[in-house]
Design a binder for this molecule. Structure first.
Ligand SMILES: *Cc1c(COP(=O)(O)O)cnc(C)c1O
Length: 224
């Protein structure tokens, strides 16, 4: 774990940007170390891992779910999750809504967009997203609140490509804001930027960076 990197990062990012420390696969002791330094926003990719950590760790931690969410695991995180970044289908949003209703919560969510060239990454296209929001079925969902967008850039050394992809996500955000959310102040988040590309993401308008390995060190091969 690189505490010096963390302290410098906290010092250098603009105040509009929230740092989410991505602690997936990392032990609770590492999370507590950052917690003692004042960090409250943590990101996880697996529902069961998140549930365990939530149970064991201080209750004022804001847990962000950033991984691909399976519908049968939603129930593990709904009672306390702070923000779900990875909504990539209407079906998933409906399921989140259903579980949130059972808990009597309104759960904040981001829409994940496919901005990378890799086929394997998840996410909406802008067209799919417009279709979803314009559909009557969408308007029935009372227990979710959309707060913005999320995306992951391609794995590449080409900095200009990464910049183009983040700029693309920014335009998706602007389109949605303008067309559907201009009267909703809470629709304001652009979650983009990881260990390798967060400086570019911040330059392109990110409001939330999700940084894991640069803070906690490399993860074990095969999980994450
Ligand atoms: C793992 C992960 C991160 C953090 O990645 P690092 O390169 O370790 O900073 C950010 N976002 C998502 C969606 C992830 O799965």
């Amino acid at each position: 774990m690189n505490q010096e990197f963390y302290k410098n990062l906290i010092g250098e990012i603009p105040s509009r940007v929230t740092l989410i420390a991505v602690s997936k696969t990392k032990p609770e002791s590492d999370i507590l170390t950052l917690y003692e330094l004042g960090q409250r926003h943590f990101g996880e990719n697996w529902a069961q891992e998140l549930r365990q950590k939530h149970e064991d760790l201080p209750k004022d931690i804001c847990w962000h779910f950033i991984g691909h969410l399976q519908t049968n695991k939603i129930k593990y995180i709904i009672p306390y999750v702070h923000l779900i970044h990875s909504i990539d289908s209407f079906h998933l949003l409906e399921e989140v809504n259903r579980q949130a209703e059972k808990c009597g919560r309104v759960v904040p969510c981001l829409l994940q967009f496919h901005i990378a060239t890799e086929e394997t990454k998840f996410g909406f296209s802008l067209e799919e997203c417009f279709q979803m929001i314009e559909n009557q079925e969408f308007k029935k969902l009372q227990n979710i609140e959309l707060r913005g967008v999320m995306g992951m850039s391609s794995v590449t050394d080409d900095q200009s490509q990464i910049r183009r992809e983040f700029a693309q996500l920014r335009t998706y955000y602007d389109e949605l804001k303008q067309n559907f959310f201009s009267h909703q102040d809470s629709f304001k988040e652009i979650s983009m930027g990881m260990s390798g590309d967060y400086p570019i993401a911040i330059e392109e308008g990110s409001t939330m960076i999700r940084v894991g390995s640069a803070i906690f060190g490399a993860r074990d091969y095969g999980k994450g």
